[in-house]
Design a protein around this ligand. Sequence first.
Ligand code: C2O
Ligand code: CU
Length: 485
Amino acid sequence: FLGLAGVAAGGLLLGGCAGVPASQLGTPAPRPLAIPPLAPSARRDGVRTFALTAAPGTSAFHPGVDTPTWGYGLPFGGPTLRATRGERVRVHVTNGLPETTSTHWHGMTLPAEHDGGPHSPIEPGATWSPEWTIEQPAATLWYHPHPHGVTERHVHRGLAGLFLVDDPEGAPGLPHRYGVDDVPVVVTDRTFTADGAFDTRRRSAHGLIGDTLLVNGTLAPYLAVSSSRIRLRLLNASPARCYRFARSDERPMLIVGTDSGLLAAPRAVSAALLTPGERAELLLDLDPGRPVTLRSLPQDLGAVSGTERSIGASDTLDVLQIRPAGVLEPAPPLPEVLPHEPGPDESAATGVRRFTLGNDVINGKSMDMTRIDEVVHAGATEIWELVNVHSRPHNLHVHDARGQVIEAGGRAVPPAQRSWKDTVYVPPRTTVRVLLRFGRHPDPGRPFMYHCHLLYHEDQGMMGQFVVVGDGTDPGSVPRTLAAT
Ligand code: C2O
Ligand code: CU
């Protein structure tokens, strides 16, 4: 097993990755991939209720070495929340940390007061209890802190978990046994100091880049498998590192879902690029007794080569070793079509908004909690034109909205190749157009965020705010300043 840990311990990674400090601990033996537990819930008065507590803990990523971490009811990470479209949900989030945090439901369409952005701080000892109805199709969503200016630090300590949305009809033909053949794969990167702590002493221009991968909080993980097809729900929960996931045997994978929904049909891909915050659902076909490794391969992020090195894009990293049993359960026939929501129609777009992504600014402006940058009509479909005028990679995540990339780098994306997204990669010096559909909950006094999901960029000010207003409201009449919170 030539795992990532082996590479890191050999120092090869450091050689290819100037500027990134190297972990100083040895190589643990491969161990079983941890599966985040499903969060228990109680159904009362038609509301499915969950409880999460963010608190400090201690993790043993390396045997016998304690690493101080934060988690939601776990030492590191968080349980998987799961609910069905149409259900009403409530989450009691208690802050057991020594400082203010917030909890954002990434990818969820919901009223702004329950979105959990920087305007919903949870003080130490306090409990915040958002409640909303799930109004969107099956998807792999997630949750993480979003406190103003310190999101990178809170996520880096370990706060992040999945929120799976199911359709009432399910997804016939797709593997769906949680943790068995439908497997969460939450990928993050960290560097360890000699005493086992997460190293935060050095940051690249993109933020904290680590040389060691943790998958669901497991270092050097393997997954024992007993069926001939598995579904991996990949989430890039890293502060800044980008991954290009592929099989070590170079066989194609089938992509069946992206950030906010399933595709129209499975599509063969040789690799899947995920920048921070993005998700992909992949099907892997396996042979009995023949291990295969999910890897991250070097990426062409379209940046100058120095930039790519500093974000770790030239690294080859082992993510997860998959160990199929000698005898495998056969997979059901692959569905030709998937239950999915057709994309928005371009002709329904009410306008185009342009956002230039620069050095820690969007449209030349740094984040201001008291400034409303944009006003959007409830339920509107709009084209957002994202222009990266910078030599660094950025992406853009828009709260409350789901959409599809219709053009990238001057090339139209044919409707058959579009997929549902809430976080979109915008390569350096490139323009990407996204057809976005917004939620239907007007609230002119409470903003949603849009921001770069490289968390250090976000913290440095690469974020703006929009409010959703009723159909008949004249955007010109909406106040553009908020009282400071
Ligand atoms: Cu995943 Cu505004 O965040
Ligand atoms: Cu950025």
